[in-house]
Ligand binder design. Sequence first.
Ligand SMILES: [Zn+2]
Length: 271
Amino acid sequence: MPELPEVESVRRTLAPRLVGWVVSQVRIGLAKLARPSPQALTQGIRGQKVQNIGRHGKLLILELAQGGFWTIHLGMTGQLIMANERPRAGHVHITVSFADHGPRLYYRDLRQFGGMTYCPDQEALDSGPLANMGPDALGLERNLFISRLAGRRAPLKSLLLDQRVLAGVGNIYADEALHRAGLHPTSRPAELSAKQLADLHRHLQETLTEALARGGSSVRNFVDAEGRPGTFQHAHRVYRRTGLPCPACGSPVQRIVLAGRSTHFCPHCQG
Ligand SMILES: [Zn+2]
């Protein structure tokens, strides 16, 4: 699933093109990917100029000049491709055309867990796509990070994945940050010191920043809006490296299932 660094990579490749463009046509092939309905999405964004492209967690938020927001979530396998021609690979479910500009925005989604939403105002955004979402993980201030975890009794990995605690971290960056911090995924914040949580904060920020500098991780089918894959997967230390040597100590990386998700860690470094 695209996480914060991947979605931010898409935002950074989309913004130089789309900001200032006016939506002229919306074609929706799969109704469930358009919310609140295909008609409401089409009517909400058609004729509107894209004023700014922001992001919160894994959600892209396009501000529209006459008010309202157009949000895009990539779900498990969503891709946004800016191109002059429809991508040959299938699963293109939404096509957006723009006035006076040739390239179109194509939304592909194999597993169909993502989609687009039109929100007429800030309240609809806050109570809809942003409902129950914690602060964005990138650049999150250290004391705020610590206060959201301190004293909690759930496994650390589960808390990092919980978008209500902080938004944007998924399976890849939770596993990678916990390895760098030397913390076991099942350890509980209530049993950790403030220094350990501060270290985790620093390692999480470093992991997200390094991933972003390398265009994110392409572990499934991730590409940015120009169709380029990321390269941070080559720098992963534990994620999907079960049985391979830990780059810090050489012990084989282990895999467990935690909260229904594959979790990779080094039993020696994160003991
Ligand atoms: Zn190790």
